[in-house]
Design a protein around this ligand. Structure first.
Ligand code: FE
Length: 331
């Protein structure tokens, strides 16, 4: 019996010791966006990070299937809509951390501490300067005006980015006004595309004059083809709610056996030092405006981001947003 107990003690000790210097992250981020930052963390702390990449919805299903047997400690993805869904499915543990609270603005994290934004992306208007006159662009609502008929390109409503954008419109304008705006967009649209890059290419080629995209897709395309006639416009700046921003972010899994270590990694990712690489590698913005942004994003100009729409609400309003888009036949 004694032998059995000591064996048990030894194995449990080994397990804890092993657990403390290794973390497992399930992430929908592309490998090239996380590889170096995780390597940097390992070099600084000795904590090894293994990761599994995949589509957010598929990873959530895997986590549910694995349940308590899951090796994962952290779920990392993009868009508050996805983060909300993971928390809604009961996968994420509420974390209390002063470091996270200090570095991450209130509107960019879950009010219950189940997930935290780690980088900011803006969903704004891209336009062709050869086809859009100065003063024509004003607000998201402005794109619903008849003068944009046959001049807009949009990404599919199936993408969570657009669902979160419409969720913000519902929150800022009320359901009826938001519906009118989105219907106006659909009426003015030439073509619906599967991704933001396709929207940008259609705008640059002259198929349409403007579209709504995430800024880093603009950055990537411009880096490849600097001469493309494409510019960014920041809508809703004066006497309005500001540009729709969303996050990439992460939460700690309820089933994690290494919650303390996992929290430390999140705290490090939200620190000034790590933010420099974490946000800049994807041409995103740091999680708070006290941290420096990259030369690339600086060149796109300053803008007022939306702060009144708490991203925790993005998920709660997701269903309504999807229904609204279906009602106005936004494909
Ligand atoms: Fe993206």
């Amino acid at each position: 019996m004694l032998k059995y107990i000591s064996l048990l003690l030894v194995t449990s000790f080994c397990f804890n010791a092993a657990a403390a210097d290794e973390l497992v992250v399930y992430t929908s981020r592309k490998e090239h966006l996380i590889k170096d930052i995780f390597k940097q963390y390992t070099e600084e702390t000795g904590v090894k990070i293994t990761y599994k990449t995949g589509n957010a919805a598929a990873l959530i299903q895997t986590l549910k299937a694995e349940a308590s047997k899951s090796p994962a400690d952290i779920f990392m993805t993009v868009d508050a809509g996805n983060l909300w869904f993971a928390s809604h499915e009961g996968l994420l543990e509420p974390i209390s951390s002063n470091k996270l609270k200090t570095n991450i603005p209130f509107n960019l994290r879950d009010e219950q501490g189940r997930w935290f934004g780690l980088s900011v992306r803006a969903r704004t208007i891209a336009f062709n300067p050869n086809k859009v006159a100065k003063g024509e662009l004003t607000t998201y609502e402005g794109l619903a005006d008849k003068k944009w008929k046959g001049r807009l390109c949009l990404r599919t409503s199936k993408k969570v980015y657009n669902q979160s954008l419409v969720a913000m419109l519902i929150s800022e304008l009320g359901k009826e006004k938001a519906k009118k705006v989105v219907k106006g967009w659909v009426d003015n649209t030439v073509e619906i595309f599967p991704n933001d890059t396709a929207v940008l290419k259609a705008v640059a080629s002259g198929q349409c004059d403007a579209g709504i995209v995430n800024t880093y897709y603009f950055g990537r395309l411009k880096q490849k083809s600097p001469k493309l006639p494409l510019k960014l416009f920041w809508p809703n700046q004066e006497n309005s709610y500001g540009v729709h921003v969303n996050v990439s972010g992460a939460g700690i899994l309820k089933t994690s056996k290494n919650k303390d270590e996992a929290r430390k990694l999140l705290e490090w990712l939200a620190s000034r030092k790590a933010q420099k690489s974490f946000a800049q590698v994807n041409m995103e913005y740091p999680i708070n405006n006290l941290f420096p942004e990259s030369e690339v994003t600086k060149a796109w100009g300053k803008f007022k981001p939306n702060k009144s729409f708490n991203l925790s609400s993005a998920g709660k309003l997701q269903k309504e947003a999807i229904k609204l888009m279906r009602e106005v036949r936004y494909k």
